[in-house]
Ligand binder design. Structure first.
Ligand code: DX5
Ligand code: ZN
Length: 216
C-alpha cells in the first residue's frame, strides 16, 4: 500500500513541517487537493502553493484537480512541480486531449470518478492512464464518511484492468482510516489517500505509521 497524505487536513501555516512528519511516518506520496469553489463547494490552493510545496519535499506531488476547465490549468500545475495530475471525468469534456497533454509534459496522468459516476466512462481512456482515482466521498471536504459502495466499484475496476492486462493503478480518496484501510486494500486499492486520518490525529508521524500498519 502506498500512503498518499492529503494536506487538506494539515496545518497550512506549517505545511513543510507537517509534510516532513507524514514522510517520517511512511507516507510516500503527497496528495494536494485543488478546489475552485465551482466544481466543488470549497476553495483551497493553486499553482503558487504547489510550487512552494515542491521545495519542501522530494516525494511525488499528486495534484487532484477539483476545478472547472481543468484543461486550462494543466501546464500551470506541471510547471509548479506536480508529478501526478488527476482530472475529474465530470469536469473535463476532452479527456483524451487532457491525458495526452499531461503525458507529453511528463506528468503521470490520472482520471477521477465521483461516487455516482460509472466505471464505463473509463472504457476508452483506461489504457492511457497511470492511475484511476475512485472517490469514496463526494469531493470538497476532508473528514467525511467512507461510502461503502466504493469497495465494489474498486473490485470491478480491478477486474476491468486485469481483463485488459493493463498496469493502471487504483487510488482511493475519502473517508479512509486505520479502521477500514485493510478492507480497502483487500478490494484492490494500491494508493490510499488519507487526510484527517494522517493530519487530524495530533501526532502526524504516528498516525501515518498506524495507517500503514493497519493496511497489512
Ligand atoms: C476530498 C479530498 C480528499 C480529502 C480526503 O474532496 O479529495 O483528498 O483530503 O480527506 P479524508 O481522508 O479526511 O476523508
Ligand atoms: Zn483528493
Amino acid at each position: 500500500m502506498i500512503l498518499a497524505a492529503s494536506i487538506l487536513s494539515a496545518d497550512f501555516s506549517r505545511l513543510a513541517e507537517d509534510i516532513a512528519r507524514a514522510e517520517r511516518g511512511g507516507a510516500s506520496v503527497i496528495h494536494v487537493d485543488v478546489m475552485d469553489g465551482h466544481f466543488v463547494p470549497n476553495i483551497t490552493l493553486g499553482p503558487p502553493v504547489v510550487k512552494s510545496i515542491r521545495k519542501a519535499t522530494k516525494l511525488p506531488l499528486d495534484c487532484h484537480l477539483m476545478i472547472e476547465d481543468a484543461d486550462r490549468y494543466l501546464d500551470a500545475f506541471v510547471d509548479a512541480g506536480a508529478d501526478w495530475v488527476s482530472v475529474h471525468v465530470e469536469a473535463v469534456p476532452h479527456l483524451e486531449r487532457a491525458v495526452a497533454h499531461l503525458a507529453k509534459r511528463g506528468a503521470k496522468a490520472g482520471v477521477v470518478l465521483n461516487p455516482a459516476t460509472p466505471l464505463t466512462t473509463l472504457e476508452e481512456i483506461l489504457p492511457e492512464l497511470h492511475h484511476v482515482l475512485i472517490m469514496s466521498v463526494n469531493p470538497g471536504f476532508g473528514g467525511q464518511s467512507f461510502l461503502p459502495s466504493s469497495l465494489d466499484k474498486v473490485r470491478r475496476l480491478k477486474a476491468m484492468i486485469g481483463a485488459r492486462s493493463l498496469a493502471t493503478r487504483i487510488e482511493i480518496d475519502g473517508g479512509v482510516h486505520a479502521g477500514n484501510v485493510k478492507e480497502v486494500v483487500a478490494a484492490g486499492v494500491e494508493i490510499v489517500v488519507a487526510g484527517s486520518a494522517v493530519f487530524g490525529e495530533g501526532d502526524v508521524t504516528a498516525a501515518a505509521r498506524r495507517m500503514i500498519e493497519a493496511s497489512r
